[in-house]
Design a protein around this ligand. Structure first.
Ligand SMILES: Nc1ncnc2c1ncn2[C@@H]1O[C@H](COP(=O)(O)OP(=O)(O)O)[C@@H](O)[C@H]1O
Ligand SMILES: [Mg+2]
Length: 303
């Protein structure tokens, strides 16, 4: 955080969050500084003795990583560097953009927010994707706000990028909208920089891989492109495809990389960081494959 330029509004916001603890929802276009402000709020509040949970809801430019996954981290108190924290719960989406994946985004966010609350974290800061423009984005963000009922909505805007979302919210005592300017230090990253950032996050996550084999009949297989009864099973047999290894609650134990799906033998082989295989109840096929060079590439499935 050493190079972070702290706007006077940020310190005021800290005070208002401490006066009224609850969910803090960051809203803003890509490059508006959401993740920078999220980290500042989480680190400062934690250092000041608050119990803070950080929910990384950006499945593309994730703070914690790996991309494709929502992560919830409980901050140590006093905090170490955010980079050193291992998320306590993860929810696998399987895509690096929310388009086409609104339902898992909504379900996962809600389940993670509930976890933070169950564990006694009364301040949960939610970083989000910059997907804010157009009807579908406005719909997704409004429904998230409807479901999660944040106390604080922090809107970072250069112009009026998130006003369409905010206009949909009835006034009331339940939430405060904090309209903040974009920091003059906020910088637009090129698509190449964003790809390189994701690549680094995958590399960190996948640095130590083990091979696992599962019998298909012993696990439940999720993903809308795997429907054996409808003859849609073979289309996910894409080496490199990301696969969520999920527990009985459908939280992610690990993210794996598909090696082979052998329908005839009823077996699936994948690589994943060390995981307790016995806990894996659900395997969820994603829609992204990791190329041999470590880049992520969307896979175009039939339907
Ligand atoms: N207040 C700030 N001080 C210094 N750099 C900033 C600040 N806000 C944003 N940046 C820089 O601008 C870029 C985009 O900010 P980021 O927080 O990643 O935006 P978002 O999460 O909304 O996409 C990053 O490189 C970040 O370091
Ligand atoms: Mg961000």
């Amino acid at each position: 955080m050493t190079n972070t330029y702290i706007l006077p509004e940020w310190n005021r916001l800290l005070g208002e969050i401490k006066d009224n603890r609850g969910i803090v929802f960051l809203l803003g276009a890509t490059h508006s500084g959401k993740s920078t402000l999220t980290k500042f709020l989480a680190e400062t509040l934690s250092r000041e003795g608050e119990k803070v949970a950080l929910l990384d809801g950006d499945i593309g430019q994730s703070i914690f990583g790996p991309p494709t996954t929502l992560s919830l981290a409980f901050l140590p108190n006093p905090t170490e560097s955010l980079g050193a924290i291992q998320p306590h719960f993860r929810y696998f989406i399987g895509s690096n953009t929310p388009s086409g994946h609104f339902l898992p985004m909504i379900v996962g966010l809600k389940k993670l927010v509930d976890k933070a609350f169950q564990f006694g974290y009364h301040i949960t800061i939610i970083d989000t994707t910059g997907f804010v423009s157009g009807g579908a984005a406005v719909e997704l963000k409004r429904r998230k706000l409807e479901l999660l009922q944040p106390r604080h909505i922090v809107a970072l805007q250069l112009n009026r990028e998130v006003e369409d979302i905010l206009h949909g919210l009835p006034p009331g005592p339940a939430h405060t909208i904090h309209r903040l300017p974009v920091s003059p230090k906020a910088r637009i990253k090129s698509p190449e920089e964003r790809q390189a950032y994701r690549q680094k996050k995958y590399a960190e996550y996948f640095h130590d891989l083990k091979e696992y084999e599962f019998e298909l009949k012993k696990v439940r297989l999720w993903g809308r492109h795997y429907l054996p009864e409808s003859n849609l099973a073979n289309q996910v047999a894409v080496p490199g495809l990301l696969i969520g290894l999920n527990d009985a609650e459908n939280f992610s134990l690990a993210i794996g990389i598909l090696q082979e799906l052998n329908m005839k033998e009823g077996k699936i082989r994948l690589l994943a960081p060390p995981t307790n295989q016995k806990e894996v109840q659900i395997l969820q096929f994603g829609v992204i494959r990791i190329t041999p060079l470590g880049k992520d590439q969307p896979v175009a499935f039939g339907q």
